[in-house]
Design a protein around this ligand. Structure first.
Ligand SMILES: Cc1ncc(COP(=O)(O)O)c(C=O)c1O
Length: 377
């Protein structure tokens, strides 16, 4: 079945008793047991909830994995995945990583004994050179957040095969509508469901999908043992949001392509990072593993001093920290999403004081361009 149909039909037909087309919100903490030693399949909502289960089955199907798990935030999902490893283990990650993932690794997991190196994963040689006898996994974002670097997932899979490593992909930036990393060899896919999957800037959620049963079992154990599960209402919001993922992304992409071209010819703008532009590095590799450029644009201004002015002058577009929703958002990565990354790494990755990140929504593209024009004037 085409992904549009899977998305639109999410949850439909799953509540056999009532025939509800929109799967109900099972807002119950606990479930009655028919008798001692018997269960309806649900005992207690941390361990399993019908609404959450519909979401977990849906994301597993969309990503082509064996098991999906829903967490209370994207970082809770990342914590669960990193918890597969232990003290003494080493991970390799892309260097222009979401700042919260960097903070988690450096300030929570490093004191606990896990080490990590951050390299330019667009260059497989650099990845190969970073592998040690203790390396257990490679963690990729492609495209990266915010400078849209592309990593060849199949190349990294080969390195993982040589070293017996897991390949973990944070697919938040582009979603399964456009890219399914498990098809390129990923073992685990992660999402901040807060972004494109939820799509309406109204829910914080995280998802992890395991390509293999054994990894799914380990993550499910951790989910129940640590307890950062997604609640029934938030699970329902996600299933509801995902029904229109394709429509939203088609429109966001169309808008983003027009805005990126407009920005590229604006005199105040220095560089535009958008995969849809012909000169974007890694574009060819991206289109071998994804079916569209997505709705995210980053751009630099010639003058860093103009950044505060632009952020306070935008009106239709909100100056806010998130992405992937129907409403367009402008973010200042150096201070917001990537504020916890040391300045030398930030500068190396191009996350400078001149860089802005635009999550393009589904508004009318002329209104968005008019807003940017008056803010940049
Ligand atoms: C790529 C990426 N991964 C993970 C996260 C963390 O997700 P959450 O904010 O839902 O915890 C974010 C948040 O911005 C993100 O951009």
């Amino acid at each position: 079945m085409h992904i549009d149909s899977l998305l639109a039909q999410g949850g439909n037909g799953k509540d056999a008793g009532t025939g509800a087309v929109s799967f109900p919100i099972y807002q119950s903490a606990t479930f009655r047991h028919p008798a001692l030693g018997e269960s309806t399949g649900f005992d207690y909502s941390r361990s399993g909830n019908p609404t959450r289960q519909v979401l977990e089955e849906l994301i597993a199907k969309l990503e082509g994995g064996r098991r999906g798990l829903a967490f209370s935030s994207g970082l809770a999902a990342i914590t669960a995945v990193i918890s597969l490893f232990g003290p003494g283990d080493h991970l390799i990650l892309c260097e222009d990583l979401y700042g919260g993932t960097y903070r988690l690794l450096e300030q929570v997991f490093r004191p606990w004994g896990l080490t990590a190196d951050y390299v330019n994963t667009s260059d497989p040689e650099q990845v190969n050179a970073a592998v040690t006898s203790r390396t257990k996994a490679i963690f990729i974002e492609t495209p990266t957040n915010p400078t849209m670097k592309i990593t060849d997932l199949r190349e990294i899979r080969r390195i993982c095969d040589d070293g017996g490593l897991l390949l973990i992909v944070d697919n938040t930036f582009i979603s399964p509508y456009l890219q399914r990393p498990i098809e390129c060899g990923a073992d685990i896919v992660i999402h901040s469901g807060t972004k494109y999957l939820g799509g309406h800037n109204d829910v914080v959620a995280g998802l992890a999908v395991a390509a293999r049963e054994d990894l799914g079992d380990k993550l499910a154990f951790y989910q129940n043992a640590s307890g950062a599960v997604l609640g029934p209402f938030d699970s329902w919001l996600l299933v509801r949001g995902m029904k229109t993922l394709g429509l939203r992304l088609d429109r966001a992409q169309e808008n983003a392509s027009a805005i990126a071209r407009w920005l590229a010819s604006h005199p105040a703008v220095d560089q535009v990072y958008y995969i849809g532009l012909d000169n974007h590095p890694g574009r060819e590799v991206h289109f071998q593993q994804a079916s569209g450029p997505g709705g995210m644009i980053s751009f630099t201004l010639h003058d860093a001093g103009k950044v505060p002015e632009v952020l306070s002058r935008i009106q239709l577009i909100s100056f806010a920290e998130s992405l992937g929703g129907v409403e367009s958002l402008l973010t200042f990565p150096a201070r917001q999403t990537h504020g916890d990354i040391p300045e030398d790494i930030r500068r190396r990755c191009g996350v400078t004081d001149c860089l802005l990140r635009l999550s393009v929504g589904i508004e009318n593209v002329h209104d968005l361009i008019d807003d940017l024009a008056q803010a940049l004037a």
